[in-house]
Design a protein around this ligand. Structure first.
Ligand code: G6P
Length: 609
């Protein structure tokens, strides 16, 4: 999704801005641009396509100056071409604006501005803001921005510079993440901490309704409503630079798949109490009594996080016996959900910034529910606004297709389930068994990764297929959904995940000798059932790829390809089964020449509704 970087300080701004934009590339974008104060005015260079094209343009038309803003755009209003790329300039050329989010009343503001003689150069909603700030400008940039924002409806994270009120960046936030990075005599603005991590670890997060004014001498955070200065906490970022670099791997996605033995371990670290058969979760902010008092649990999320939510539903209902509903965050608030003060709402988000998920969480809060965030990005909006939470500690996930966050989310849900289930009826023995199984997972994941080459060969064989079906039962049904999602996200091959038995009610019509069907068929409590589904596919000449966990006489002669994973309990199986499916998607995509880390049309974190 769109990215923002800003710099003010003694150094030349453009290289820092470009470097920051590159660190944000992973979020997904289709054009990019910079605006820099060059001593006499604001100069803008922008280009459609990748940052490399912007760099090429900057090589022929360099912009010099020590204050600047930059942007990667993911089109919402108007096509991704040069004129729609940010920054956008005011008509007098004195003000440049970069913007994430959507100005909902852009059309009426545009009509009003056109009547006053403003000419629009782009199809974007953002340009409205640039002219509006010119209209309200009276020598002081922050005053003009406040006045302009008072007329705006919608969401924004903005950064603004002016040729008249110079060497200053004004940034404001409502609904789109933004932070101020504090360096030595230099300050940064960014929509994502990765953009500035190479230069500072000290940040101040803006909350909705706040504005930051930064110049070389310091920064001020202002409450936009009360128009008073706020004294906010400075946060320290623990992530280091190596974590946001590829470190010898061909792609971030591959690096992140291979990190999973460690990331899964990190999620569990310090949280397992083997003797007591339970977990210790410091951030829940709930007493045991409060935890026991909920009547029901709603889990809400989007994309891959929604798949982990489905696994969480199974875990909580099976082990803790509390009713759970899983809701797509985007649907949740539009269907009058049954949520009140007896509901615990678990919100799952890698980024902690997904607009739909954030809105669903706020809606649940509004209805009186207690909220719990399962989040990766420390300090993100969902993490800060939730009543309590569990950080998954998977480290920065840069590949757009989520991998390590998924497995860690499942672990976090398991930790939560253990805690709740042990407070309820789960026996000490069973609690200890589960923990013993969890402790083995990192090494079992490693065993799978050590055989990645086998999956690479499999990918070669199946890369020409135009459809895939992924089937699983029980806990492996969400894993099938996730496997299919991975494949379609990065290889653009159509893939569907289904509960294996449900195949009979529709997808079976698609099966012929061209259709690869991936079965997640480990030796678990539903193995016998899934065997009959394999037979049904084979009888129709489908090509069967099976993830199994031992020699199965019942499958003899039925499988075109088999990949063996270690045995574990049913409830832990989706963690292991997901790894070969991630690898399969990865290798197919690489072999088809896709841009694995930045697949077309997708964004890492979708911060618009
Ligand atoms: C985007 C990403 C997905 C991700 C989803 C939810 O669509 O491309 O990979 O699963 O958002 O993101 P979140 O950060 O809330 O987990």
């Amino acid at each position: 999704m769109c990215g923002i970087v800003g710099y003010v300080g003694p150094r030349v701004a453009t290289p820092l801005l470009i470097e920051g934009l590159k660190r944000l590339e992973y979020r997904g974008y289709d054009s990019a641009g910079v605006a820099v104060m060059n001593g006499s005015g604001v100069e803008t260079v922008k280009e459609a396509g990748k940052i490399a094209r912007l760099e090429a343009l900057l090589a022929t038309t360099p912009v010099h100056g020590t204050t600047g803003i930059a942007h990667t755009r993911w089109a919402t209003h108007g096509p991704p071409n040069q004129k729609n790329a940010h920054p956008h300039m005011s008509q007098d050329g004195n003000i440049a604006v970069v913007h994430n989010g959507i100005i909902e009343n852009a059309n009426s503001l545009k009509r009003m501005l056109e009547k006053r003689g403003y000419k629009f150069m782009s199809d974007t909603d953002t340009e409205v803001l640039a002219h509006l700030i010119q209209e309200t400008f009276d020598g002081n940039l922050e005053d003009a921005v406040i006045e302009a924002l008072n007329q705006v409806e919608g969401t924004y994270g903005i950064a603004v510079i002016s040729a008249i009120d110079t060497h200053k960046i004004v940034a404001a936030r409502k609904g789109s993440p933004l932070l101020v990075g504090l360096g030595e005599n230099e300050y940064f603005i960014a929509s994502d901490v990765s953009a500035i991590l190479a230069h500072t670890r000290q940040v101040v997060y803006l909350d909705d309704g706040e504005m930051a004014v930064v110049d070389r001498n310091g920064y001020r955070i202002i409450d936009l409503n009360a128009e008073e200065v706020l004294h906010k906490k400075v946060a320290r970022i623990d992530w280091d630079l190596a974590q946001i670099e590829r470190g010898g791997f061909a792609h971030f996605m591959l690096k992140e798949i291979f990190e999973q033995p460690h990331t899964v371990e990190n999620t569990m670290r310090g949280r397992l109490l083997l003797d007591e058969g339970t977990s210790k979760l410091g951030g829940l902010n709930l007493t045991d009594e409060e935890l026991l008092a909920f009547d029901n649990i709603v889990i809400t999320a989007c994309g891959t996080s929604w798949h982990s939510a489905l696994i969480g539903e199974g875990l909580i209902e099976e082990l803790a016996r509390v009713p759970v509903e899983v809701e797509y965050a985007s649907e949740f608030r539009y269907r009058n959900p049954i949520v009140d003060e007896k509901t615990l709402c678990i919100v799952i988000s890698q980024s902690g910034e997904t607009a739909d998920t954030l809105a669903a969480m706020r809606e649940a809060k509004r209805r009186g529910a207690r909220t719990l965030g399962i989040v990766n990005v420390v300090g993100s909006t969902i993490a800060r606004e939730a009543d309590g939470g569990i950080y998954i500690h998977a480290g920065p996930e840069i590949g757009v297709a989520s991998t390590k966050a998924f497995t860690s989310q499942v672990i976090a849900l398991l930790l939560f389930t253990l805690k709740l289930a042990r407070l309820r009826d789960l026996s000490l023995l069973r609690g200890r068994e589960i923990i013993t199984g969890m402790i083995e997972l990192p090494q079992q994941i490693q065993q799978i990764l050590d055989r990645a080459e086998e999956i690479e060969n499999l990918a070669e064989e199946f890369k020409r297929a135009s459809n895939f079906l992924y089937l699983g039962r029980g806990y492996n049904f969400p894993a099938a959904l996730e496997g299919a999602l991975k494949l379609k996200e990065i290889s653009y091959i159509h893939a569907e995940g289904y509960p294996a038995a449900e195949m009979k009610h529709g997808p079976i019509a698609l099966i012929d000798e061209m259709m690869p069907v991936v079965f997640i068929a480990p030796h678990d409590s539903v193995f016998d059932k899934i065997t009959s589904n394999v037979h049904e596919v084979k009888a129709r000449k489908g090509r069967v790829i099976a993830i199994t966990s031992r020699d199965e006489p019942a499958l003899e002669g039925m499988l075109d390809y088999e990949f063996r994973i270690p045995e574990t309990m049913d409830i832990l199986m989706p963690v292991l089964a997901s790894v070969p499916l991630q690898l399969l998607a990865y290798y197919v995509a690489v072999k088809l020449g896709s841009n694995v880390d930045q697949p077309r049309n997708l964004a890492k974190s979708v911060t618009v509704e």
